[in-house]
Write a protein of this length. Sequence first.
Length: 332
Amino acid sequence: MTRIFSGVKPTGHLTLGNYLGAVRRWAEVDQYRGEALFSVVDLHALTVEHDPARVRRLSRQAATLLLASGLDPEVCTLFVQSHVDEHARLSYLLECTATDGELRRMIQYKEKSVRARAAGESVRLSLLTYPVLMAADILAYGADEVPVGDDQTQHVELTRDLAVRFNQRYGYTFTVPRATRPAVAARVMDLQDPLSKMGKSHENGAGIVYLLDDADTVRRKVMRAVTDSGREVVHDRDGKPGVANLLDLLAAATGGDPEKLAGAYASYGALKKDTADAVVELLRPVRARHAELAADPGFVDGVLRDGAERARGMARPLVDRAYRAIGLLPAV
C-alpha cells in the first residue's frame, strides 16, 4: 500500500493558496489513495522569531481547518509533529548524514536569510537545518509519496539524497520517496503581487484570501486584485500574470480549464466578479464546518491524540532501526 506524508506549517493563517495547492487534494484524493499521514509541522514554526502563544493557537486552527476541509480521521492520520518524538530523534541522525554545502544551497534558506539580515535580524541555525527536519518528517514513516508545491520540490530532492546516502553507508533503512504535484493551481499567486506566491506570513494581507475570511472580505480582495495592461482576457502567465492568476483561481474553484474560461470574458470586471463568487462558494462549507469544530475542542484534541499515537506506532520501529544502523547502542 502506498504511504503518503505531507504537512502544513502553523506560521500564519491558512490561505486559499494552501487549500487549492494542497489541502483540497489531500481531502479529495490523497487520503483515499493509500495510507496517508498529514501533520501540523509546528517545529518548523520555530526557525524564525515567533510568539509561543500564537504558534499554539495557529497549530490548533490549522488542525481544525484540515478537518473542516474534509480530512477524515477514520481514513487518514492527522497529528501535530511535536507530539511524536521520532521527528526530532531522526532529524539529528540525518544532520549527521547531510553536508553543510547542500543545506546552504537550499533556495528558501538563501532567500529567508537574506531578508533576515537585511532587516538586521540574526539567522537561526534551525533555518539552515530545517530541510533535514523535513526529511525526517518524511523518512520516519517510510513514505512513498510527498504531495508538495513547486517551492518544496528541492527539499524532497534533498530527502531522497539523504535516504540514498544513509542506505548506502549503513544498510537499507529508508524508503526513497518521490514528490507529487497537483495538475491545477499548484501555485496560487498573491492577488496584489501576481509574481509572488500567496503566502501565509506576508506582511500585507490585501492580496491574500484566508480560509476564514468572511464572504464580503473575500469579494473585496478579489475585486481589488491587480490585473494587467490592455483589456484582452487571456491565460498568459508571463504576459498577463494578474489575469492568469484570476483564471487559475476560477478554474480551480469551478473545475474548469483556464484557457477555455478566458474565451468567455470580454472584461476584467466580469472575470473578477465570477472569480469572487466562485471562491466564496468554494470556502463557504469549510468556514461552516470550522465553526462547528471550533465549538467542540475536545473532539479536535481527541483526533490529534489518536493521530499522534498511530503516527508514533509507525515511526518508532523505523527510527529505532536507523539508530541501530548508524551505530548507536540500543537502550535496555
